[in-house]
Design a protein around this ligand. Sequence first.
Ligand code: WQD
Length: 337
Amino acid sequence: MKIVVTGGLGFIGSHTVVELQNEGFEVIAIDNLSNSSESVLDGIFNITGKKPIFEKMDLRDKASVQNFFKKHNDVVGVIHFAASKAVGESVENPLLYYENNINTLVYLLQELKELPSANFIFSSSCTVYGQAEKMPITENASIQPAISPYGNTKQIGEEIITDVAKVTNINSILLRYFNPIGAHESAEIGELPIGVPQNLVPFITQTGLGLRQELSVYGNDYPTPDGTCIRDYIHVVDLAKAHVIALKRLLDKKNLEKVETFNLGTGTGSSVLEVITAFEKVSGQKLPYKIVGRREGDVIEAYANTDKASAVLGWKTQYNLEEAVDSAWKWEKKVRM
Ligand code: WQD
């Protein structure tokens, strides 16, 4: 069965392509290579022995999207990762985010609704919850007004999908990721942030390798046990496997609601200092860091209630924080060799 993975050469996309291939799906990876490279195809091949069909395409080009689905009208599912995802950049350049994250979604859905069988998985984010009142966060926690255009595009995306589902045959699953980290155990694929990493774990592994001088910890005066922010760091392979399970659920079409939402996290919160400790343990080296002021827009804590994903998808994470950080460290060392 033919599955399209947009952003298929990206961090989460490439790991999901591997797991789809492991389950026997035929994969078409679409990517505009703005935040990835074609060499990721070799990494995927080295893991699975198969290269997905690759289409270099910018989903902002409506005609390209239309032509693609004219050519591939036997697609049974689309997993949509392709989007811009840097919170800070979205504040500086909101129109880039609304064009790249919203227009592309609309063009995809316009084609999907014409297919005989349309199954759609949307890459959403726990950022839609903002600072949730209650931990762990369930799927019916209230959606807070977005604090960045990036977060707003995820909220708007979910609303578009929900409205479209009411009047089309598209069945959708919204997956709200917490904090994806780590890399495939082979270290053949992983996270390749362009420029200075915005996210914690790639900054830590680059610092560990001496590519960065020291980590700045954005605040230790939060109302948490050690004063630093708490997040739910989920191994990217656990996350990828959840996508395959969600796709199979859509294809089975049993007891499906038109749009279903799942939080994807470990269910455990970890502070910034705990992530640093995990890195020092797996690497055997001290991490240079300093405490600086808070970062605008950070929530104090966010970690997932995983009951629904476990009960409905039968999915639970297999990797713990240290294993995930260790896989990120192995990847960092290999990719810099
Ligand atoms: C985690 C913690 C920082 C860097 C964002 C998006 C989310 C998703 C993942 C795309 C925070 C602290 C970080 C550093 C630090 N994005 N930190 N020093 O902000 O929870 O989530 O990225 O899919 O949608 O919102 O992740 O890794 O940036 O930060 O102290 O150099 O690490 O303050 O507490 P975040 P993050």
